[in-house]
Write a protein of this length. Sequence first.
Length: 420
Amino acid sequence: MSESWLQLGFTAILAFYVAWNLGANDVANSMGTSVGSKAVTLRQALIIAGVLEFSGALFFGQGVSKTLATEVVNPSLFVEQPQVLLLGMIAVLISSGLWLQIATIQGLPVASSHAVVGGIAGFSIVAVGVGAVAWGSIGQITLAWLIAPVISGAIASLLYFILKGSILNAPNPINQLQEWIPWLSFLLISVFGVIVFPSLFNNSFFTSLSVPTHDFALLTGATAIMGLTLYSWKQLGKGINDLNVENSQKDPVERQLGRFQVISACFVAFAHGSNDVGNAIAPLSAIAHILRTGTIPLGDFTIPFWILALGGIGIVSGLAVQGKNVITTVGENIIPLQPSSGLCAEIATATTVLIASRLGLPVSTSQALVGGVVGIALIQQGEKLKLQTLQSVLLAWVITLPITALLAAISFTLLRWLFS
């Protein structure tokens, strides 16, 4: 028993290390565009992201964690040797944590989902053979990786095209913005409400009450829409009255859209926590299950609450201490961003990632966000697109999977030798 607790404690520390580096690297996914457009300061971004990332991990992080823990490898091949799977998952944590730390130091927003899937595939091939990898599941995940930035880019470019034509280029943009505020409010809350609330209100607390869960979702969504709309009207009136006051953002329309961008950034932070927490805690969840039951995890196992909380705390800690480097890359070094363009990129990213979380698909939030930013750049005729930065980011994405697969294979070989 004491040996099992020691193993669990060691792997929990490793999972926290992965979550720390994931938070340090991926905080740019939720707050990079907001900081880049000067809608929030870096300190404000870290506080907002910390709260929402933790909430997303805790309340919406089950699906992706289960997928990574049970569907990337063929579990039937490890039924007779659960300890091999345990060592393999430790190797995955080591390889993912190391690569994420290296990328963060370089300021590159890599895909943590690539790192974990690559690590699982790498150790599985060494442990059992090529047949140990569930290539069908990896094919679905890879397809999601390819589609996510395209979908996000399409949504972002469409939103920016509409926003530019309806508000920014209008003869009287202030009046146009005033007319559009209810629609922007409805769009923002709908992204969150339609995708998240149905699952969020299906937890044990709400299902134990007599009121149907869909009524909770509808009531909360309606309340949020009304509150957000009233808040937006109030802030718009305040902004119009303060037009003559010195402000770092001279354009009053962009200044008001910056308030919306903060809200959209909150949704992206929640979406990122919900999807990417699985990259840190899925291996730990599998290890904890093996130590507790002596069997491998199957598709119906439940992620313990304390593991979700550990992943959330790790993400928040990493972004608070080391989150600055990657924010600069995404927020400033791809294209110069205004609140209007940042808002569109964040709505597109949140929509894409939350849908993926709902489906249990581990997509890359950084890919979705960069796809959104590039989509906006195309609407702007790509005049200010910094191709060198984009090439570095794309290269980091491509090499992540093979590098982490190799690191995991080496780590697993050493661990098996040490514990043989």
